[in-house]
Ligand binder design. Structure first.
Ligand SMILES: [Zn+2]
Length: 276
């Protein structure tokens, strides 16, 4: 009779390696973090801290529609005027980005947290929402587009505890979800930017983008204040140094200058608003 234990290269207790969908034992290939259940076909992700179900969000936004959504966002109010015409899109990459999906029960309500499971400079990805009915079992046919998770579940757990006061006990379920995104690189006036279009909702995410130029408005405001401050000395000196008629004349001069000064300020503001 064979009594030797089966050698395993994994440091996870074998007893815990069960399918999270049907509880059947999982066969994990050493070195792989994914295991498809032989019984129910569900893909599981295997981490040091355990096994979770692996999902994917269906791609419903095709590339031309994603590009159209990006152009609409560029033409919108958030970004600098004319960005949709001047921006040069240099690269568009379709990928499945890994996110940790954590269901939390707190105060009788269920809340879902989505946290990036791989490094990203697009911090807004945490604002992603998964449309109802768009989640499906992960299919390894998608592997060519899927980014491997690099952020361990433990990190997300401590992040939830630190930033959202979520205790481990409040966590109802954890899963790994690959979400479809279009990473769009573009240049505007010599600078490079990145925007992400959600492949399930068409929503645009960008951490840094050419925004409305506010400095010229502040400059006009500052110069306008200085101008009014300077001309206010005219009636002041008029009252202090000359006769009553002189004071009246200086007051008239002040009023005329005040009105004249408003014209270039208004014109400059109109000019800049047409540019920005
Ligand atoms: Zn199963």
């Amino acid at each position: 009779m064979q009594t030797e234990p089966i050698p395993t290269t994994s440091d996870i207790p074998t007893a815990e390696l069960v399918c999270q969908q049907c509880a059947a034992p999982l066969q994990v290939t050493p070195g792989s973090q994914f295991a498809t259940c032989e019984f129910c076909g569900t893909d599981n992700f295997v981490d040091k801290s355990g096994v979770v179900i692996h999902y994917a969000v269906q791609t419903t936004v095709r590339e031309p529609d994603a590009m159209a959504a990006l152009r609409r966002w560029m033409a919108g109010n958030q970004t600098v005027k004319g960005l949709d015409e001047k921006a040069q899109i240099t690269e568009t990459i379709y990928q499945l980005f890994p996110m940790w999906m954590v269901r939390v029960q707190a105060n009788g309500e269920e809340q879902i947290y989505l946290e990036p499971a791989a490094a990203t400079s697009i911090t807004e990805l945490t604002e992603l929402t998964i449309p109802a009915g768009s989640i499906m079992a992960y299919d390894h046919a998608l592997d060519a587009y899927a980014l491997d998770p690099t952020v361990p579940y433990e990190t997300v757990k401590s992040w939830l505890a630190d930033n959202h006061q979520v205790s481990s006990g409040a966590i109802r379920s954890v899963s790994l979800v690959h979400v479809p995104i279009y990473v769009c690189k573009y240049t505007y006036e010599g600078e490079g930017y990145t925007a992400v279009v959600d492949g399930a909702t068409g929503q645009v995410f960008a951490a840094i983008f050419p925004s409305k130029w506010e400095t010229p408005y502040q400059a006009i405001g500052g110069l306008g204040c200085l101008g009014y401050f300077l001309i206010s000395f005219i009636p002041l000196f008029g009252f202090a140094t000359v006769s009553a008629s002189g004071a009246a004349v200086s007051l008239v001069i002040y009023c005329v200058l005040a009105v004249l000064l408003a014209i270039p300020i208004f014109a400059a503001a109109v000019f800049i608003s047409s540019k920005a």
